[in-house]
Design a protein around this ligand. Structure first.
Ligand SMILES: Cc1cc2nc3c(=O)[nH]c(=O)nc-3n(C[C@H](O)[C@H](O)[C@H](O)COP(=O)(O)OP(=O)(O)OC[C@H]3O[C@@H](n4cnc5c(N)ncnc54)[C@H](O)[C@@H]3O)c2cc1C
Length: 470
C-alpha cells in the first residue's frame, strides 16, 4: 500500500500494459490480495500459501482477524460472540474438520438440550414432550407446503404464513401453544432468517445446525481456529478497502482509506455479501448486473448474543441452556419469550457466573439501540420471572451488535421469499478472471456458516491456482 498518486494516474491513463506495467519493483511471484480476514479470506490465503507460488496480502478493516468469529476471554475460559459451533459431520465437505484435526484443535460434542421454564418454574418433561409433538406436526405441515410450492401448485410465501395457517386450524391448548412457540423460534434461528421473510420453498436449505440435538464446538473457542489460520500471514490490519478497479489486462488496483493503494494481479473479495450489497466497496468497472441482482436478492438476518456476568450464579449448575416460555404471545411465530429466546450458561466453561442471552431478527436489531445498562435490565427482567428472584445483580454486560457493525451488516445470509440458492452461486462467479469472491454468502455448501466460509475460501484459491496451471 502507499503508492504515489503519480503511479495511480499513469495506471488510469492506460500508459501501463499488462501485469508488468506497475511501477513498483515487481514481485517475481503473482500478487494476490485478499480483502477480508474472516474465515473465508484466511482459508483462501492458507490454500494459496501452501502452493508456495504466490505473494499474498490480506487486507482487513478491523484491528482483529476473524470477522464474524469473535472470541472474548472471561475468567479461566472464553466465549464466542459470533460463530461457535460446527455443523454435524456429513461427508459432503470435511475440509474444515480435517484442518482442525491437522492443527490439533480438539472438537468436543455439545448438547443443546434446554431446560424450559414457565412462571411456575421448570417445565415438566411430559409437558415438553407435548410441545415437541405439536412441533413435529407443524414441521410435517411445513414440509407438505414446501412440496406443493416446489411442484408449482402454490406460490412461494413467507414461512410464518404457513405457521399461521397451522395455528389457525389446530386446536392448540394455550400451554402447548407457548411450548410450540419456543420450538418454532428455535427452528426460525436455524433457517437463518426471520419466518416473516424466509422462503417456504427453501426454508430448510441452509440449516446450519442440528439445533435441538447434538453438535460440536472447539475445546476452547473458535478464536483458536482463527489464530491458527492467521499465523505467519501478511495481514494489513485496520485498512478499510473502499474501491477496487480492475481490467482484464492491467490487473487490480485496490484503494483503501487515506488513499492507500495496492496493485496486484488478482484479488479475492472475502467480505460479507451484505457489505457488498450496501455498496461499501466501489468496483470499477461496476460488477455485472447479474451479480448485483444476486447480492440484492440475498437476505440478511441478525443473531446477537448478550454476555452478562452476575454477582452470583442463581441457575442450576447442570443447566447448560435454558429458556423462558411464558413470554408475550404474538400472532404467527408466537412468543418471543421476552425477546431473549435462549440462555447459555458459561459456568462450566469459565467458572464465572456468566450467561449468554440470545436474540434474533427484529428483536436483536432493536436491542442494538439500547445501552448496556438497558440491555442488562431487559435480560434481568426475563430472568427474574424465570427464577422468581427479585434481586439479580449484573456486574458486566457486553453485547454483539452485528447489524450495526458496518463490516458485517448482519449475522447470516438467507433465501427470502421468491429468492433462490442460485443467487449464492452467482455470487461465487469470478469477474474478468481478476476478481474472485469468497464468503458464507457465496456458497450453496453450508451457506451462512464457518464451514461454508472456509470451503469457499479454498474454492477460490483453487480457481486462481488453476488459472496459473492452465
Ligand atoms: C452471532 C453469530 C453466531 C454464529 N454462529 C455460528 C455457528 O454456531 N456455527 C457456524 O458455522 N456459523 C455461525 N455463524 C456464522 C459464521 O460466523 C459466519 O458464517 C462466518 O464466520 C463468515 O465468515 P466470512 O469469512 O464469510 O465473513 P466474515 O467473518 O464476516 O469476514 C469478512 C471480513 O471482511 C472484513 N471487511 C469487511 N469489509 C471490509 C473492507 N471494506 N475492507 C477490508 N475488510 C473488510 C470484515 O471486517 C471481516 O473481518 C454465526 C454468526 C454470528 C454473527
Amino acid at each position: 500500500m502507499g503508492r504515489s498518486t503519480e503511479s495511480l494516474s499513469r495506471w488510469e491513463d492506460g500508459e501501463v500494459e499488462g501485469e508488468q506495467s506497475l511501477d513498483e519493483p515487481r514481485s517475481a511471484r503473482p500478487r494476490i490480495a485478499i480483502i477480508g480476514a474472516g474465515v473465508s479470506g484466511l482459508a483462501a490465503a492458507e490454500a494459496l500459501e501452501e502452493t508456495g507460488v504466490f505473494d499474498i496480502t490480506l487486507i482487513e478493516a478491523r484491528n482483529r482477524v476473524g470477522g464474524r468469529i469473535q472470541t472474548e476471554r472471561v475468567g479461566n475460559g472464553f466465549y464466542d460472540l459470533g460463530g461457535q459451533d460446527f455443523l454435524e459431520e456429513d461427508g459432503i465437505d470435511i475440509s474444515l474438520l480435517q484442518y482442525c484435526e491437522d492443527k490439533g484443535l480438539s472438537r468436543v460434542k455439545k448438547s443443546v438440550v434446554a431446560q424450559l421454564y414457565n412462571k411456575y418454574g421448570p417445565v415438566r418433561s411430559d409437558s415438553k414432550r407435548a410441545g415437541q409433538r405439536w412441533y413435529q406436526e407443524l414441521h410435517a405441515e411445513i414440509l407438505r407446503k414446501q412440496i406443493a410450492i416446489q411442484n408449482f401448485e402454490e406460490p412461494d410465501k413467507p414461512l410464518d404464513a404457513v405457521i399461521n395457517e397451522f395455528l389457525e386450524t389446530s386446536l392448540l391448548p394455550s400451554r402447548e401453544r407457548r411450548m410450540l412457540a419456543w420450538f418454532t423460534k428455535m427452528m426460525e434461528t436455524q433457517t437463518l432468517g426471520e419466518a416473516k421473510n424466509v422462503s417456504s420453498k427453501y426454508w430448510d436449505w441452509a440449516m446450519i445446525q442440528s439445533g435441538l440435538s447434538e453438535k460440536s464446538g472447539l475445546q476452547n473457542c473458535f478464536g483458536d481456529l482463527v489464530n491458527c489460520l492467521a499465523m505467519r500471514k501478511k495481514i494489513l490490519m485496520g485498512v478499510n478497502v473502499q474501491a477496487v478497479t480492475y481490467t482484464g489486462d492491467a490487473g487490480v488496483k485496490i484503494v483503501a482509506d487515506d488513499n492507500m493503494e495496492l496493485y496486484v494481479d488478482r484479488c479475492i473479495v472475502a467480505v460479507p455479501v451484505s457489505v457488498l450489497a450496501a455498496g461499501d466497496l466501489k468496483f470499477s468497472p461496476p460488477l455485472p448486473d447479474r451479480k448485483i441482482s444476486a447480492m440484492n436478492a440475498i437476505g440478511t438476518c441478525t443473531l446477537n448474543k448478550v454476555f452478562l456476568e452476575f454477582s452470583e450464579r442463581f441457575w442450576s449448575e447442570g443447566d447448560s441452556h435454558f429458556a423462558f416460555i411464558d413470554g408475550e404471545l404474538i400472532k404467527g411465530m408466537a412468543s418471543t419469550s421476552h425477546r431473549f429466546y435462549l440462555f447459555e450458561s458459561l459456568w462450566e466453561s469459565t467458572r464465572t457466573s456468566s450467561l449468554l442471552a440470545y436474540s434474533f431478527g427484529a428483536d436483536a436489531e432493536s436491542q442494538e439501540l439500547l445501552s448496556d445498562q438497558e440491555l442488562g435490565d431487559a435480560v434481568v427482567n426475563v430472568l427474574s420471572n424465570m427464577f422468581a428472584r427479585e434481586r439479580i445483580k449484573v456486574v458486566r454486560v457486553k453485547a454483539s451488535k452485528w447489524n450495526s457493525d458496518t463490516l458485517a451488516r448482519g449475522s447470516f445470509p438467507f433465501v427470502p421469499v421468491n429468492g433462490s440458492p442460485e443467487d449464492f452461486n452467482i455470487m461465487s462467479d469470478p469477474v474478468a478472471k481478476r476478481i474472485f469472491f469468497a464468503g458464507d454468502g457465496t456458497t450453496t455448501l453450508f451457506p451462512g456458516s464457518v464451514r461454508g466460509a472456509f470451503a469457499s475460501g479454498k474454492r477460490e484459491a483453487e480457481k486462481i491456482v488453476e488459472l496459473y496451471n492452465g
